[in-house]
Design a protein around this ligand. Structure first.
Ligand code: GDP
Length: 436
């Protein structure tokens, strides 16, 4: 997602870094590709226009004009402007203590609304809440059935509504809540393929009767600019407080992610990153921004790592990173741990995409390659792994033979290792450490 945008922004930064002075002309040139990439990612045109003009304005700011602008400064400009459109940091979902408390989901059909209801229920259950799932789509009995199945799968309670009106439905819910103390009540609502008056009237009524503490608009990121357009229609017609952006795992462009907050003014609180019910993550805009800028989403990766890696090992790695040490022994001992963290492509999508690391990504995506990587590392002596500078041609040849891999792969591994080490040195893993 947003790979091209990321590539072009990084290209622009690199290009501008190399220019002797910053002029209107070279800024224009640097931003042309960024603009095209944003448009082809289906980012809303208003957002593109605003983003480009603000970056330009800042880069041409009086202080920097005609002087050499350090690369970091460009990174900062892009980062600031990405943050301006994405939002600064995660806006958490706050559940009031009042009972009953309703959380209402709205959105078009097929966006993943019902799935998201189940995901949210699971998310809240894990946080110690006792949620109840209900569907107030009174015209479509299948909607109730679908939600009931999901509730069972995620292990939360579900209440089947038998009433024909919203008011009666609320009566049914409140009776149940009074007896059982469910908190909060997650309400799935009707959807249609397109925005229409009947749907809006129905949702307005549900909202008025429920008085939810939070109305969440569920948007399908795969529909790009259309998702943003319908979000605006829902906002104008019934209003909502926040957004869940679904199917980001399947969205290769990322236009909705970059536009929807700016256009609606409402924060994206969660993202859906898979069909399974645990594939819902709080959205951290600053992490997406740093991913676009090629600095990787280390914090998300660490969060995943925390779930999978045993603490002692993580602590050991943190200490090594603090000392800016990262040897091939660390590389090896972490390969297995890393694999526990989920699918490789999942992990890799969080990794920094700088220089040679792009190549690591491609290589690591292939599970077989990981086995080869391990074979090469295991053919080295402990000393060689600790101090890879001693790996001369002769040693590399021996390792290649020992592992049954070509010398070129040994060289490639060492190159990737050096890139990774550079990142460690540059402190890109700082967040990692703060987190530990
Ligand atoms: P609704 O009509 O809005 O209630 O949509 P559903 O919840 O029935 O979801 C429609 C389809 O989208 C289903 O096949 C879901 O499995 C799928 N889906 C929902 N969320 C995600 C997601 O985050 N990633 C992916 N890949 N698929 C999703």
């Amino acid at each position: 997602m947003l790979d091209l945008v990321s590539e072009k922004i990084q290209g622009a930064i690199k290009y501008l870094k190399g220019e002797g002075s910053i002029t209107e002309k070279n800024i224009e040139k640097a931003l042309r590709d960024v603009k095209l990439a944003l448009l082809s990612a289906d980012v809303n045109y208003k957002v593109v226009k605003e983003f480009i003009s603000r970056v330009k304005e800042k880069a041409l700011g009086e202080k920097v004009l005609t002087t050499v602008l350090p690369g970091q400064q460009f990174v900062k400009i892009f980062n600031d402007e990405l943050t301006a459109i994405l939002g600064e940091k995660n806006v958490p979902l706050k559940i009031p203590s009042k009972i009953p408390s309703y959380l209402m989901l709205v959105g078009l059909q097929g966006t993943g609304k019902t799935t998201t209801a189940g995901k949210l229920a699971l998310f809240l259950k894990k946080k110690g809440f006792y949620p109840l799932l209900v569907s107030i789509d009174l015209k479509r009995p299948a909607a109730q059935e679908q939600l009931e199945i999901i509730a069972e799968e995620v292990g939360v309670n579900f209440l089947k509504i038998n009433s024909g009106t919203v008011k009666e439905a609320v009566g049914e819910i409140e009776k149940e809540v009074k007896n059982k103390g469910y908190h909060p009540i997650i309400v799935d609502t009707a959807g249609r393929l397109h925005v229409d008056n009947e749907l809006m009237d129905e949702l307005r009524e549900v909202k008025e009767v429920l008085q939810p503490f939070e109305t969440i608009y569920v948007a399908d990121s795969m529909t790009g600019a259309d998702a943003v357009k319908s979000a605006k229609a829902f906002l104008d017609e019934i209003d909502f407080d926040s957004i869940v952006l679904t199917k980001l795992d399947a969205d290769s462009r990322g236009g909705a992610a970059l536009s929807i907050k700016y256009i609606t003014g409402k924060p994206i609180k969660f993202i859906g990153i898979g069909e399974k019910y645990d594939k819902l993550e709080p959205f951290h805009p600053e992490r997406l921004a740093s991913r676009i800028l090629g600095m990787g989403d280390i914090v998300s990766l660490v969060e995943k790592a925390q779930e999978a890696i045993d603490e002692k090992e993580a602590e050991r790695l943190a200490k090594r990173l603090a000392k800016k040490e990262f040897t091939l022994n660390d590389f090896l001992s972490n390969l297995k741990q890393i694999r526990k963290m989920g699918s490789l492509s999942d992990i890799i999508s969080h990794l920094p995409n700088l220089g040679g690391l792009g190549k690591i990504n491609k290589m690591a995506l292939d599970d077989k390659k990981i086995v080869h990587l391990e074979a090469i590392l295991l053919s080295m002596t402990k000393e060689e792994r600790e101090n890879p500078v001693i790996l001369n041609g002769k040693r590399r040849l021996r390792i290649a033979k020992g592992s049954g891999r070509p010398v070129s792969e040994v060289n490639q591994l060492l190159k990737q290792y050096r890139e990774m080490k550079k990142l460690v040195k540059k402190g890109f893993f700082r967040k990692f450490l703060n987190f530990m």
